[in-house]
Design a protein around this ligand. Sequence first.
Ligand code: SF4
Length: 339
Amino acid sequence: MLHFVPDFAYFEPNALEYPIGQDIYKKMIKLGVPISYTTSHNRITGIPGKSPNEIYKNAKKTLVVGVRKTLEFDTSKPSADYALPLSTGCMGHCHYCYLQTTLGARPYIRVYVNIDEILASAKKYMDEGSPHITTFEAACTSDPLSTEYITGNLGRTITFVGNEPLGRLRFVSKYDDVRSLLVLPHRKHTHVRFSLNSEYVVRQFEPSTAKLEARMTAAKLILQAGYQTGFIIAPIIRYEGWQEGYQQLFVALSHYIEKDAPVTFELIQHRFTNVAKKYILERYPKTKLDLDESTRKYKRGKYGRGKWIYQPPEANELDQHLRQLIDTHFKNATIEYFT
Ligand code: SF4
């Protein structure tokens, strides 16, 4: 099982006044993690490293335990109505990860101790949205599974949403320790998705994430536990031999998931922004990620922030190939979208 084991832990003011904060403190002591105190995560200094890149890597091994002050949730369309903030940052080093842009120079992993207040806020959103169902995405700013053994907050949220007729939860993960989730009263209100990719993409671009087989085993357990289960195949990348690479992925997946399982698939082609390209090349200078704008199409986004996606014929080829693989291996699957 791959977990986030920090090299350093910082506690923000008041974090230890919450039972979860005290519990995390005891766990850090047990793990032998050095503990410091900070007035705010914005003021953390002293993360070791001789270069910005080394500091970046060490920051990704740093846990910050704090009280979530902003209890207003961002919208999270089209995946869900709102982003539910359980944690921020991730131990993974996926070269293409959008958190590189959104978290910039502060990639440490922040977890929040005031989960009751966060869930009370979620309840308010559900009441406002009544009689319609309100959906929450818990993986907008982190991969919440890698820190679950530290906080237990994902499990608390699953149980909470399970008790809410008008609440639904979604999250996606590249990690595998689902043991604590298997016994929860989720009442099918939580949709768990695992992010999968071809062996080549995982090996080249996803350091510090769980192995493919481990993610597939976790997906099998989650499905057996009755959760709504799915897969995000992302980013779908064209490389020498991509067709066979994705074919092998689906053959492997069919050894874990029954052919008639009602699983979902979300298909996302690789894209990058100009800002992301700059960060990726700074942090992973030897990356083999294809970031050549001249082979891509520019798709304009909100506020002038566009991204480079594949040219339509190439994107179509990806879409068709993946759909065909899904049709071959999973007869009751739903393909939610290709983008
Ligand atoms: S596991 Fe997910 S959140 Fe973490 S670095 Fe990789 S893509 Fe980003």
